[in-house]
Every structure is written in C-alpha cells, then in structure tokens.
Write a protein that binds this ligand. Structure first.
Ligand code: UT7
Length: 306
C-alpha cells in the first residue's frame, strides 16, 4: 500500500509521510490472511535457508503483539502447521522490541543447554489493530514476518566466535500509556486499537537505543568502528539516522527497509536481516548490531557475529 492511497482515507500526503518517517509503502495482509500465515511462511523459508527440517528444531519462539487469538499462542498454531509434534512453542510479547526479546530468550536457552536449535519468528498484522481514521498512526505501520534459526555451537568464548556475543534488554512501564492498544481480554473484552503519542516516543527513542548499544559495547570492548552492519528496528528513518549519528555508525553500514515496509513491529528486524543477507551485504563472520525500541517502553540490543 503506497502513501498516495492514504490520501483518500485521511488528511495526509505522500510528502508529509516521506519527510517525517521515510516510509513510501508498506504491505497489508490479504483479507483473511493472519499472523500465523505470515509466520509460517517465514519459518519455512528460514529452515530451508539454514538447511534444517522441523525435526531438527526443539523450540519455537514467536514474537508478536498481533496473535491470531488471545490464546492459544500463535506459536503453537505455527508448530502444528509445520507438523512439529515434539518440543515446545510459545509467544513472547514486547511489541516493536519483540524480536530482540525473543532472540535473547533463544540465546539464553542455547547457553544453558536447554535447547539446541530454536526457530525465532517475528510476525505481525498491525493493519488489524490500526484506527484507519487516525492519520497520526495508520500511515506508520505494516504487516510482515521474518525468522531465523539459532543453533548451538562450541566457541572459544571470544569476540571472534560466531553467534550472539551479547544481548541487553530493558523495559520501563512508567511509559506504558505512550504507545498501547486501548483494548484487551481482561480490561475491555475487545481487541482495541493502537494509540500512540508519537512525539513522546520519538523523544525517548534515540536515548534508549544508545543506552543498550553502549551496554553491548561495554560488554564486549567493541565500538561502532568494529560494526559491519547496523540492523535497527524500522520505525522511522529519522530515528534510525539520529541513532546512527549519535553512535558514530557510518550511514553505509545501516540496513534500511522502512521505506518499503513501514513499521512492522517485531517483524522489522528479521525482515531487514533477510534482505541484507539475501542481497549479499551481510556475510559469514560479519559483526551485526541489532536494536529495537517500542511500546512499554521496551528496548534492547543484540550484538552478533553472522
Ligand atoms: O516502533 C516504535 C514505535 N513508534 C515510533 O518509533 C514512532 C515515533 N514517532 C515518530 O516517528 C514521529 O513522532 C511521527 C512520525 C509519529 C510524527 O512525526 P513528528 O515530526 O513528531 O510530527 P508531530 O507528531 O509533531 O506532528 C506534526 C504535525 C501535527 O500538526 P500540527 O499540530 O503541527 O498542526 C500533526 O497533527 O503533523 C500532523 N500530522 C500529520 N499530517 C499529515 C500527524 N500525522 C500526520 C499525517 N499527515 N499522517
């Protein structure tokens, strides 16, 4: 769906959306197409790319804030569709930081030996919780899904190891009313719509992003100069540019998809990762920095060697 199409729905313009957000188009799930449909496709693609089958997977973690149903977890629906009758599957919910939270979960399970191969999916259909008459939010979000396979391997415990080198998660519920959905099973018994004080979210974003990236640098002794690729959550090009500038990450290292995907919440990082791996930018051994910030607020970073 291109920006122009919003001009018939709300008082907006392609120029405003591009200037304030960098978004030119986003994808909207087809009628009847669900988060599980998108997540399943991403999961199958990730397993094919990793050269594994569902028999090799012992855990599925799905990051989503737009599950098919309140319960069961959409992860178990995907598990069933993949024909997986062993192991476990569950959802995790940290809105736009969801993929970072899910990946950090996976890393912890791998480190403790609890699991050997984990399918981590970020899948969202935010179009279903948008108020299409609210120009301050409806132009910003899109639908999508991405997935990765995380596998246990012995390393040296050095920063030259491949895999997740360090992960940092934060949340602060005192900001809960700045970005939320005004419905839910226990409060209103409705699904509700996304509400956001965009300016307030924007005001906090770069500081929070810098906080968790500096934590990653402190934990590893690495710096922005060492990073090969910066794959941020794709909410707004201005936030991404400002964060990269603040941290001294040069623009050619930034993977940007927000222009074509809009904000796909927990799906944005795996979608951007997929693009940069598929087109050959991210190569084996590259140092890749992921970060996200979103509703809660929640925020986090993962520094990994591909
Ligand atoms: O994933 C994490 C969650 N989300 C984010 O990270 C989003 C963070 N926030 C943002 O990206 C930005 O704050 C927005 C893109 C949401 C808004 O950009 P802004 O530069 O902060 O604009 P603003 O909210 O200050 O609005 C400026 C003007 C207002 O009009 P007045 O009051 O100056 O007359 C808005 O009513 O722009 C108006 N406006 C629009 N105009 C045309 C708001 N939305 C639109 C629109 N089209 N779609």
């Amino acid at each position: 769906m291109k920006n122009k199409e919003f001009e018939n729905l709300v008082d907006t313009s392609d120029e405003w959306i591009v200037q304030r957000t960098g978004i030119r188009e986003r994808h909207i799930a087809a009628e009847g197409e669900t988060t599980a449909d998108l997540g399943e496709k991403a999961a199958r693609a990730a397993m094919a790319d990793a050269g594994v089958t569902v028999d090799d997977i012992d855990l599925i973690i799905l990051a989503t804030s737009t599950p098919n149903n309140t319960f069961p977890a959409t992860a178990v629906e995907i598990q069933e569709r993949l024909g997986m009758r062993h192991g476990a599957a569950f959802d995790t919910q940290a809105v736009c930081s969801g993929f970072i939270f899910a990946l950090t979960n996976a890393d912890q399970y791998i480190r403790t030996g609890f699991a050997k191969r984990i399918l981590v999916i970020g899948a969202e259909t935010f179009s279903r919780i948008l108020d299409w008459s609210d120009r301050t939010t409806c132009v910003l979000f899109g639908d999508g899904a991405g997935a990765v396979v995380v596998e246990a391997a012995e390393g040296e415990g050095a920063i030259s190891d491949r895999g997740i080198l360090t992960a940092h998660l934060r949340s602060d519920g005192s900001h809960k009313s700045k970005l939320y959905v005004d419905g839910g099973p226990s409060s209103t018994q409705t699904v509700g719509y996304l509400r956001m004080e965009g300016k307030e979210v924007f005001r906090h974003a770069t500081g929070m992003i810098a906080d968790v990236i500096e934590a990653a640098y402190a934990a590893t002794g690495l710096s922005s100069e060492d990073i090969d690729w910066f794959v941020p959550h794709q909410a707004n090009k201005r936030i991404i540019d400002a964060s990269a500038k603040k941290l001294g990450i040069s623009p050619e290292k930034v993977v940007l998809t927000v222009d074509r995907h809009g904000n796909t919440s927990a799906a944005s990082i795996p979608l951007a990762l997929c693009e940069a791996v598929s087109d050959g930018r991210i190569k084996r051994g590259d140092l890749v920095l992921l970060e996200a910030m979103g509703g809660g607020f929640t925020w986090g970073s993962v520094l990994l060697r591909w």
